[in-house]
Design a protein around this ligand. Structure first.
Ligand SMILES: [Zn+2]
Length: 518
């Protein structure tokens, strides 16, 4: 058995230009898990013995990690202030897809915190053929094609020696038009040139940086995570440019970021504003958005786990929206190792023994009750699971109807279903609980779902399935993945783990161990 001693993580091997007195820091932030009895694994069935996080090799796009940074969305968001890029895009799409209507679904803080169930609208980008067809129509149109709601016309013309898609301002003959960037879904026309790639966004090479910060002025440890894309001109400038981008992401001057919300507490109380400091050794650089999001999600998730276990001191974590680390098993394992933490299974109960156990999240469903009959307007909502052998998705409802309709393309389940060619699923109500406890209970279920995914626990939510299982197997043989993508850290406290484990034991028949490595 290895030592139970756990202190602040050791510095990562990545380039770190801010490294200073790491040992001094260690003294102040002596957060340690309290020693625990290692789980008695002798009584566990063979499949759960010594079970820890299982790295799944194949992950489909719909079950990926919650994306905090999403460059596609960022580019679209920037368009909103970019004098009609959205309108140009809509017009271009409409040339080959007349029925397409754009709806406002984005919000300014969208990529900072994406609430559950509020996902990107699924619009298939134009194929190369469709783009060519749209371009052909523009070439054929005499005088170009008017962009609705603007004075612009889309024309095809020679500009600075290149044949390009050009945006022409008919009210201003002097401009000669601007080149429209036709890379991917871009359609930018400001700051473009005829030389490919056409726009600055497509000329820039983005990398990503993740780091941790603290408020050194606080007696209680207070920290948060940050992630951002950035660009740099050469290696010497890399750390500086990353710092600038991080600072911009941390404090926007509005009160939308976790740090801004925290700083507002001080200004509201007429106190001098707090200052944040980067924690030495925690900065990491990434060349892809996907890898950055994985490590970011893993750090957020392990922070949440640290909130659950008995420890020598408490801390305050400023991030609220926590990305669930679906498909980031390796990153979670690494981050847990940093903290000397292990997750496993400490108990197993067969189906008969579970029946009499308490249920932690309200009043359990009786018989075949449906969600709509379990709600009481303005008093009780319902917690449910959407399940099939591939996925589990835990959710809540105040009405019990219109859940995950396929026409709602912002919906996580509808989106999944769409991408998988309408795979059938069932919605099983779990319990009803007072409205003011609904979101907290739901957040606990998100974590339970993620434990079951990471530890590869058998499907337990099977009621009246509209699907069949392969010959010789049952739906209970499946190891569903967690379809929930985010949870909210504010709902977790030192009573949370007991409740989650009650649920795990009652519904999955397993108790989770989170504690020092043994
Ligand atoms: Zn572009």
């Amino acid at each position: 058995m290895s030592s139970n001693k756990v202190t602040t993580p050791s510095p990562a091997n990545e380039t770190d230009k801010v490294s200073s007195s790491f040992s001094a820091k260690k003294a102040k932030y002596s957060w340690e898990m309290l020693p625990q009895e290692p789980p008695k694994t002798d009584d566990l069935p063979p499949q759960y013995k010594d079970r820890t996080i299982v790295v799944r090799e194949v992950r489909k796009e719909w079950c990926s990690v919650g994306k905090i940074v999403n460059m596609d969305k960022r580019v679209k968001r920037m368009d909103k202030s970019d004098s009609g890029v959205e309108k140009i895009r809509n017009k271009f799409y409409a040339l080959v897809r007349p029925e397409e209507k754009e709806e406002e679904f984005d919000s300014p803080e969208f990529d900072k915190c994406t609430p559950e169930g509020y996902t990107e609208k699924v619009v298939e980008p134009l194929s190369d053929d469709e783009k060519q067809e749209a371009t052909r129509k523009i070439k054929a149109a005499k005088g170009g094609i008017k962009v609705d709601g603007t004075n612009f016309h889309l024309v095809w013309r020679e500009i600075a020696g290149y044949e390009r898609l050009v945006l022409d301002d008919k009210t201003n003959d002097q401009t000669g038009g601007r080149v429209v960037c036709t890379f991917e879904d871009c359609f930018k026309y400001l700051g473009t040139s005829g030389v490919a790639p056409f726009c600055s966004a497509h000329r820039s090479h983005w990398e990503y940086v993740v780091s941790d910060y603290e408020d050194k002025g606080s007696i209680t440890p207070i920290f948060f995570h940050s992630i951002t894309p950035f660009t740099y001109e050469n290696e010497e400038k890399k750390a500086e440019r990353a710092s600038t981008a991080l600072n911009k992401a941390i404090s926007t001057g509005t009160d939308l970021t976790p740090w801004d919300c925290y700083a507002k507490e001080f200004t509201d109380a007429k106190l001098p504003p707090p200052t944040y400091t980067e924690i030495p050794g925690r900065r990491r650089y990434f060349t892809t958005e996907q890898e950055a999001n994985k490590v970011y999600a893993a750090r957020q998730y392990v922070t949440l786990l640290r909130k659950l276990v008995p420890a020598t001191s408490t801390f305050r974590y400023l991030n609220k929206n926590v990305a669930l680390p679906n498909g980031a098993e390796t990153a979670v394992l690494e981050e847990m190792k940093n903290w000397g933490m292990q997750i496993g299974i400490s108990k197993y109960l067969d189906r008969e023994s579970r029946a009499s156990l308490p249920y932690p999240f309200g009043k359990e469903r009786e018989g075949k009750q449906v969600a709509s009959s379990m709600v009481v307007a303005k008093e009780h909502g319902v917690l449910y699971v959407v399940s099939n052998p591939h996925i589990n998705y835990f959710g809540k409802t105040l009405t019990g109807d219109k859940l995950h309709e396929i026409k709602n393309q912002n919906d996580t389940v509808a989106k999944y279903s769409l991408m998988e060619g309408n795979l059938p699923w069932e919605l099983i109500p779990l319990s009803s609980c007072p409205v003011d406890e609904l979101e907290a209970n739901e957040a606990h279920l998100h974590l339970a779902n993620s434990f079951a995914d990471l530890l590869r626990i058998h499907q337990q939510f099977v009621s009246d399935p509209p699907y069949t299982s392969p010959e010789g197997s049952t739906p209970f043989d499946a190891y569903p993945i967690c379809l929930n993508k985010f949870t909210n850290a504010k709902y977790f406290d030192d009573t949370s783990f007991t409740k989650i484990n009650q649920f795990m034991l009652k519904r999955y028949g397993v108790e989770i161990y989170i504690g020092p490595t043994y």
